[in-house]
Design a protein around this ligand. Structure first.
Ligand SMILES: NC(=O)c1ccc[n+]([C@@H]2O[C@H](COP(=O)([O-])OP(=O)(O)OC[C@H]3O[C@@H](n4cnc5c(N)ncnc54)[C@H](O)[C@@H]3O)[C@@H](O)[C@H]2O)c1
Length: 426
């Protein structure tokens, strides 16, 4: 049976979904509508659909006409790939109209919006799927299976650091994410992936969170202090920015030109802001301690100006230790094929049994974005792959994954630990 989809938010990430629907999964899926605040971006999307994917142009609705779109096009499922702070509006309205929802991460940005989503799921009985692609990356799946099989006994602590480099990491400081109201900061926007992985690996949920975070590298004040301040607000076609390694030029990349440069006249959104400019309200240097319901504790850090992109994680248990290091392909959004975004370049997973010889666990290489997780997840969502039990993330997983970041943001502000139970009814 063919399933029908409407897509809201036609920026960089949308492509992975409409390519899947119009490409390998076209027998089972049909895209019936697009929705966005920006007509130029919707027109660009239709141009790609017709010109590159040999599809038919899809009706395009302005964001203000979302309810009319649902009525006229009657999608089974709404796919939400708009900016983070708007996800809840579309999720709740779609559920209330009787649709299921597939949403990009983070499910939303704060606890009030999260509660609205949880209430809507309960009220309507419809489903929300959060696209946690990293769960499906073979190395992350292997870690989960090893823990579940008891390879290290009971997990007692986790040490996790994620590095965003000066290409991919810097991109959050050029775009809408730099305003914390849009993204919840990197603790929510980015770390939702990482906190979800820990919940998924441990089969537990966060109880107490204590965190410190600051803006130490990007932003005008830091640049002035280091004597590297550059006075331009944006970087495309700016002569003075020509040799700035943090500058991007939207007119050098046809996708970025079509999606952002040409669309700018409509909403004024500049996708190439100076990372050393004013108006950045997110952190770039963050450390978090979490105590989980199963009593495991985690030390976690994220910084966004690293010389390489990827992560190190160690899980310690009563019978040994697992260590995973992954180097990822760095990228900037809509700057290359979605297949290369965060692809795994180097993976090392070691098992250190408490009394035995350490051994390296072989990991099959998976092609594609986000450690190979994107393709495997898409096959499960749109294709015929049998769902892997415990891998598909729902509204509860979406909520639990942002709770750590929301609590961390609160802890940044107050200097105090946060009891996660006080944040949401879940
Ligand atoms: N899972 C992943 O690995 C992954 C990777 C990239 C992006 N994402 C997520 O995808 C989402 C989109 O990110 P992106 O990189 O494509 O950003 P983008 O800036 O390229 O696109 C965002 C789109 O949302 C639209 N928009 C803004 N306000 C809107 C509103 N009120 N109503 C409807 N549309 C609105 C914009 O016009 C734009 O077309 C984000 O939530 C992001 O976290 C997830």
């Amino acid at each position: 049976m063919t399933k029908t989809y409407a897509l809201v938010g036609t920026g960089g990430r949308a492509r992975m979904f409409y390519e899947a629907i119009l490409g390998p999964h076209r027998e089972q899926s049909r895209l019936v509508a697009l929705c966005d605040t920006n007509q130029v971006r919707m027109d660009y999307t239709n141009k790609v659909i017709v010109g590159e994917l040999s599809g038919e142009a899809v009706p395009a609705y302005r964001a203000a006409d979302f309810a009319r779109m649902l009525q006229e096009c009657r999608p089974d499922t709404v796919i939400v790939t708009s900016i983070d702070r708007t996800h809840h509006q579309y999720i709740v309205a779609a559920l209330d109209a009787g649709c299921d929802v597939i949403t990009e991460k983070p499910m939303t940005t704060d606890r009030e919006k999260c509660q609205e989503i949880l209430d809507a799921v309960e009220r309507t009985g419809r489903s929300v799927r959060v696209t946690f692609n990293y769960r499906y990356a073979p190395h992350n799946a292997a870690l989960r299976e090893l823990v579940a099989a008891g390879a290290i006994g009971t997990v007692t602590s986790v040490h996790f650091e994620w590095l965003l480099d000066t290409r991919h990491g810097a991109d959050y400081f050029r775009r809408w994410h730099r305003d914390k109201r849009n993204s919840g900061g990197l603790m929510v926007h980015k770390s939702t992936h990482h906190f979800d992985l820990v919940n998924f690996w441990l089969g537990s949920r966060p109880d107490t969170v204590f965190a410190m975070g600051d803006l130490r590298f990007y932003g005008r004040a830091n640049a002035e202090e280091r004597g590297v301040f550059t006075p331009y607000t944006r970087t495309t076609n700016v002569e003075a920015a020509r040799n700035d390694p943090f500058a991007i030029s939207l007119t050098d990349n046809p996708v970025q030109q079509g999606l952002y440069w040409d669309a700018e006249k409509e909403d004024g959104y500049q996708r190439d802001q100076n990372v050393f400019g004013d108006g950045i309200s997110i952190e770039d240097t963050m450390s978090v301690m979490v105590r989980y319901r199963n009593k495991a504790v985690m030390t976690y850090s994220l910084y966004a100006y690293a010389p390489w992109e990827g992560f190190n994680v160690a899980l310690n248990g009563t019978a040994g230790r697992l260590e995973l290091t992954v180097h990822e392909n760095s990228y900037i959004n809509a700057g290359s094929s979605p297949d290369t975004e965060g692809a795994a370049k180097g993976v090392r997973l070691y098992h250190f049994p408490m009394h035995g010889e350490p051994r390296q666990i072989p990991i099959a290489h998976a092609e594609g974005g986000h450690g190979g997780g994107d393709k495997i997840m898409l096959e499960e969502i749109f294709g015929n792959a049998e769902p892997r039990p415990g891998y598909g993330a729902d509204h509860r997983d979406g909520a639990l994954s942002i709770l750590t970041g929301i609590a961390a943001n609160q802890s940044f502000a107050t200097g105090l630990p946060v009891d996660v139970k006080t944040l949401l009814r879940l």
